[in-house]
Design a binder for this molecule. Structure first.
Ligand SMILES: Cc1ncc(COP(=O)(O)O)c(C=O)c1O
Length: 441
C-alpha cells in the first residue's frame, strides 16, 4: 500500500484496502490468502462472475489468433459479430448499427457526437444525480460536484441539467403517482425558460441511477421522456453502462421499463472483466458522422470482443440452451427479491433505513439520521462499508450524499454466499449504533 501511495496519484481512490491475487465466481482472494465475498463486482462489471469458464476459454482462443490490428486498419470478424448481436438484442424494431469503444465514458462521448451529427443541434439535457464518467464531456454530464467536477472546471458548454425522478427526495416535493411524473413533463417548461427544444440534440438518462444511488423511477417517467423526445426531434440516449447485461432482470433495463432509446450505451458487464463499451443505435443516426469521424485505436479490441461475445452467449445462447442451466436474468430477479426481503426486516429494526429501492439485482438502501428529516447518514454509511470489509465483504456506497449502500454482486453468486453477505451487512449496520425502533425492541 505504501508503494501504491507513492507511485499512484491519490485521485484514483480505492474503497477496499486489499490487493487481489485471484478471483473466481463471487470470491476475491487477497495477497495474504484472505477470501472476500464480492458485492461490488469491480463496480458492476462482473455480472457473469469472475473468470467465467466460457469467457476465459474464448479469450484464450483469441489469444492464440491475434491481439490487435486496429479495426480502422484491418477489420476482423469478432467486431462485426458483436455488432450484429448487439443490434439484434437492443430494444427497438428498427435497423441498428453498433460502434465499439473502450470505456463507458468514451461511449457516452460518442453518443453525444452521433446525436449532434444527426440533428445538427448542440445542447444536451442530463439529470441531477446522474453519473456518466470522468472524461471532460462525460464529467460535464455528471451531477455530483466533489470529487467529480470541482477543480476540473470549466465543463463542456450547452449541457443543461434537470431533476430526475428521485421520488424519495422529490425536487418538487410531490408524491408519486399523484404527481403524474411532473419531473418529466416539466421539460416542456425547460424548453421555454432554459433551452429551446430545437437546440437540443439529446437527452441522456440512466434507467436506474448508478453512482447516483440506485434511484429507480417509475416506468411512466421514461414513457414521458420518450414521448417528448419523439415529438421534439430529440435523440433519447439510455446510458446502460451500469444497468446493462442482466443486472436489472433483463438484458437491458429499458426493456424492463418499456421504452426504446434511439441510442443505447453499454460497457462494464458487457466485457465480463475486459475493457469494452458499445454504442448501439438507429442506423440512420449512427451513420450521420462521416467516415473517420468515429473510432479509436483500441475500440473493439479482439480479446474484448471475444469476451463480450461469450458474455452475450451466457445470457442469450445462440442455440437456446442456458449455460449450466442458469438463467442469469431471472437469477437477478431472485437476488433482488431476497435483498428486498432482508432489507425490509432491517427497516423494521432501524428507522435509519429510509428507502429500499432498485430493479432486479440492482438494489440499494438509503440511510438517514432519522426518517422525518431524511438527513443523510453519510458518515455512518462509510463506517458500515468499512465494517463490511473488516468482516470479509466488499461493498460499495453510492449517492450524491454518500449515504446509499448498493449491491452489485456477480449474478452467479450462490444462495449461501448471498445470504452470508447480507448477514455481514446486517451485522455491520448493527455496529454503527443506529437507534432501534421501539416496535422491534
Ligand atoms: C451509468 C454510467 N455511465 C458511465 C460510466 C463511466 O464508465 P467508465 O468508468 O467505464 O468510463 C459509469 C461508471 O460507473 C456509469 O455507471
Amino acid at each position: 500500500m505504501e508503494r501504491c501511495h507513492s507511485s499512484v496519484p491519490r485521485g484514483i481512490h480505492h474503497f477496499t484496502p486489499v490487493f487481489v491475487s485471484r478471483a473466481g465466481g463471487a470470491i476475491l482472494e487477497d495477497v495474504d490468502g484472505n477470501l472476500l465475498l464480492d458485492f461490488a463486482g469491480g463496480i458492476g462489471c462482473m455480472n457473469v462472475g469472475h473468470r467465467a469458464p466460457a469467457l476465459v476459454q474464448a479469450v484464450r482462443d483469441q489469444l492464440e489468433r491475434h491481439l490487435h490490428t486496429c479495426f480502422h486498419v484491418t477489420p476482423y470478424e469478432g467486431y462485426v459479430r458483436l455488432a450484429e448481436r448487439l443490434n439484434a438484442l437492443a430494444p427497438g424494431d428498427f435497423p441498428k448499427k453498433t460502434l465499439l469503444l473502450n470505456s463507458g465514458a468514451e461511449a457516452v462521448e460518442n453518443a453525444v457526437k452521433v446525436a449532434r451529427a444527426y440533428t445538427g443541434r448542440s445542447a444536451v439535457i442530463c439529470f441531477e444525480d446522474a453519473f456518466h464518467g470522468r472524461t471532460l464531456l462525460a464529467m460535464s454530464l455528471t451531477s455530483k460536484t466533489h470529487p467529480y467536477k470541482r477543480g476540473f472546471e470549466p465543463g463542456v458548454g450547452e449541457v443543461f441539467r434537470v431533476p430526475y425522478a428521485y421520488c424519495y427526495r422529490c425536487t418538487y416535493s410531490l408524491r408519486y403517482p399523484q404527481c403524474g411524473v411532473h419531473c418529466a413533463y416539466h421539460l416542456e417548461d425547460t424548453f421555454r425558460r432554459t433551452v429551446a427544444a430545437e437546440s437540443v440534440a439529446a437527452i441522456i438518462v440512466e434507467p436506474v441511477l448508478g453512482e447516483g444511488g440506485f434511484v429507480s423511477p417509475p416506468a411512466e417517467f421514461f414513457a414521458a421522456l420518450q414521448d417528448i423526445c419523439r415529438k421534439r426531434g430529440i435523440v433519447l440516449i439510455a446510458d446502460e453502462v451500469q444497468t446493462g447485461f442482466g443486472r436489472t432482470g433483463s438484458l437491458f433495463a429499458c426493456e424492463k421499463l418499456g421504452f426504446e432509446p434511439d441510442l443505447l450505451v453499454t460497457a462494464k458487464s458487457l466485457g465480463g472483466g475486459l475493457p469494452i463499451s458499445a454504442l448501439t443505435g438507429r442506423a440512420e443516426m449512427m451513420d450521420a458522422p462521416e467516415p473517420g469521424g468515429l473510432g479509436g485505436t483500441f475500440g473493439g479490441n479482439p480479446l474484448a470482443c471475444a469476451a463480450a461475445l461469450s458474455v452475450i452467449e451466457m445470457f442469450v445462447p445462440s442455440d437456446g440452451k442456458k449455460v449450466g442451466g442458469l438463467d442469469l436474468s431471472s437469477r437477478a430477479g431472485t437476488l433482488g427479491e431476497r435483498f428486498v426481503a432482508r432489507a425490509r426486516s432491517w427497516q423494521q429494526r432501524w428507522p435509519a433505513i429510509g428507502d429500499i429501492r432498485g430493479l432486479g439485482a440492482m438494489q440499494a438502501i438509503e440511510l438517514v439520521k432519522e426518517p422525518v428529516t431524511r438527513e443523510p447518514a453519510t458518515e455512518e454509511t462509510a463506517r458500515i462499508v468499512r465494517a463490511c470489509y473488516e468482516r470479509g465483504l466488499v461493498l460499495l456506497s453510492a449517492g450524491s450524499y454518500g449515504n446509499v449502500l448498493r449491491i452489485l454482486s456477480p449474478l452467479v453468486i450462490t444462495d449461501e454466499q448471498f445470504e452470508e453477505g447480507l448477514s455481514v451487512i446486517e451485522s455491520a449496520i448493527a455496529s454503527v449504533g443506529f437507534v432501534e425502533s421501539s416496535v422491534s425492541a
